[in-house]
Design a protein. Structure first.
Length: 319
């Protein structure tokens, strides 16, 4: 009988990248001097390694049609990016990677981020690591981890009137001026509770270190097949975050009409209005994001460095 440790090691080895990257696409959403400098650095490195470089249409329009060397740059429309590139490089912060991650999930193309933002939980490569880490990636010294997305749908009279995917979280809130909401929650067809709170955060494991963490939710490993439901300032001290299986469908219905304009927010980037009586349905999206990580990347090391774990103790290791 094969031992459990050996099976886990085999699963991790299967995630090692075996494909070669002959064409990459570079994208960004903001274009500060620092971001453009990182774009130029990634572009120059790829050319030195003989890799064809494409740019998202908006990125190309923002940074110009010629590289620092004078060579012409080639653009690609976002819908065609997944067909023409076998790696997408996002230069910016986690917000930029969230936006492009939602778009690239359906294409199945790996995505890697260069962090030019704040925390950088998803964008794993810092600007000073561009040379070393991308050289390793092109040599196959990297791994790909699949992060599932959430799909939020709004139903009115049994018909879907709006839907949107989210990599981090779906937040149900009153919209505008904050106020108490009253809603009912079901998992699949099983009633869970009626809740009075300022809203509700439904997060994937990827999003557990984002808004949900600030609201008191648990930190979940990205490979967990689970969803966390976190009430926002609930009107009872016994309401606590609830972790549920990832294959369940969450169904929410607003019970009161407070005169506000309730909405769902997906990754804090896409907002959709709804009305009392509408059903909000949140479930696992049928596409996952392939997030590429350079060699040596560790989720727990990211928690230590980004969340200051054990900083008071000096980050001492066991001997």
């Amino acid at each position: 009988m094969r031992r459990r440790g050996s099976r886990l090691a085999s699963q991790q080895e299967n995630k090692r990248v075996k494909q070669s990257f002959d064409t990459v696409a570079i994208v960004a959403r903001r274009y500060s001097d620092a971001i453009v400098a990182s774009i130029d650095a990634v572009e120059a490195l790829m050319h030195r390694h003989g890799v064809n470089v494409l740019f998202g249409a908006q990125t190309l329009a923002a940074i110009g049609p010629h590289a620092a060397s004078g060579a012409s740059r080639q653009g690609v429309a976002d819908p065609e990016m997944g067909e023409k590139a076998n790696l997408v490089i996002v230069v910016g912060g986690d917000g930029s990677l969230l936006g492009f991650g939602r778009e690239m999930a359906a294409c199945g193309v790996p995505v890697v981020g260069v962090n030019r933002g704040g925390l950088g939980f998803l964008a794993a490569i810092s600007p000073e690591q561009i040379e070393a880490k991308f050289a390793e990636i092109l040599d196959g010294q990297c791994s790909i981890e699949e992060h599932f997305l959430l799909q939020a749908s709004i139903l009115r009279d049994g018909q879907v009137i709006a839907e949107q995917s989210a990599l981090n979280d779906v937040v149900v809130s009153p919209g505008g001026v904050m106020g108490m909401m009253e809603f009912a929650l079901w998992l699949d067809d099983e009633y869970v509770y009626d809740q009075r709170s300022d809203g509700l955060i439904v997060a994937s494991p990827t999003g557990s270190t984002a808004y949900a963490l600030s609201a008191g939710g648990p930190i979940m490993h990205p490979r967990l097949d689970a969803i966390v439901v976190v009430p926002m300032f609930p009107h009872t001290l016994t309401s606590r975050p609830l972790v549920v299986p990832g294959n369940q469908v969450l169904r929410l219905r607003l019970l009161n009409d407070s005169g506000s304009a309730p909405q769902i927010s997906c990754d804090s980037q896409v907002q959709i209005r709804f009305e009392a009586g509408d059903e909000i349905r949140i479930q696992k999206y049928h596409h996952s994001l392939k997030l590429l990580s350079p060699s040596g990347h560790s989720f727990y090391e990211a928690c230590r460095s980004k969340l200051d774990w054990a900083s008071r103790l000096g980050g001492q290791k066991l001997r």
